[in-house]
Design a protein around this ligand. Structure first.
Ligand SMILES: CC(C)(COP(=O)(O)OP(=O)(O)OC[C@H]1O[C@@H](n2cnc3c(N)ncnc32)[C@H](O)[C@@H]1OP(=O)(O)O)[C@@H](O)C(=O)NCCC(=O)NCCS
Length: 169
């Protein structure tokens, strides 16, 4: 018999003075710096676009949330959205980015960010949360497993495309 699905953990109180809230334009420099600590890339234009799409124009289905320590300093973020009928799936909530300041990890901030996203998806009646991660990112895998997430029924497929101007194959 397959093992019973794991229940998500009891929501853990985020560390004192950490608040999860929607991103503000003034948070972007901190978000860009935090992303750069993980990816090594300072992608200001990309983050401006993400802010326009998820921060300003969210309309209840797209969310860009930050965790702010001491009421001000951004120490983490999560981005997600409800997508309808992709891959034949009923509307579900996708989380496609999460990051916590390395100095504040393992203190419940990631759990608080995911819980806040989950709550927003539940509020609009979505009953499934999905994400995707690099298979060698064992840290993220451990984190999502700790939140009760398990392998889903979708698998990613990919192919290399020819660069612009190359002869079609
Ligand atoms: C994954 C991440 C978001 C977790 O944030 P966090 O604030 O440390 O998470 P939490 O403190 O809420 O931890 C929750 C659980 O995750 C698991 N976990 C967290 N860090 C872990 C680690 N270093 N090793 C193993 N498990 C870990 C544990 O099960 C933990 O529960 P426990 O503290 O009761 O053991 C954070 O480590 C991070 O930002 N990593 C980089 C993410 C990344 O690669 N982003 C780019 C692609 S989107």
């Amino acid at each position: 018999m397959p093992p019973a699905p794991r229940e998500p953990p009891e929501p853990r109180e985020p560390p004192a003075l950490v608040q999860v809230r929607p991103v503000r334009a003034a948070d972007l420099p901190a978000v860009i710096a935090l992303d750069a600590t993980v990816t090594g890339l300072h992608k200001a234009d990309y983050w401006q676009r993400v802010h326009r799409r998820y921060g300003v124009g969210g309309q209840g289905l797209r969310h860009f949330l930050v965790a702010a320590a001491g009421g001000a300093r951004v120490c983490g973020f999560v981005i997600g959205e409800v997508r309808d009928w992709e891959f034949g799936s009923p509307p579900c909530g996708w989380v496609f980015a999460i990051d916590v300041d390395p100095r504040l990890r393992q203190g419940g901030v990631g759990t608080a960010l995911l819980a806040a996203m989950r709550e927003r998806f539940e509020r609009v009646g979505v009953s499934k949360l999905r994400t995707m991660l690099a298979r060698d990112n064992t840290l993220l895998l451990s984190f999502f497993r700790s939140q009760g997430m398990t392998a889903g029924h979708l698998i990613p497929l990919e192919i290399d495309l020819a660069p612009p101007g190359a002869q079609p194959r």
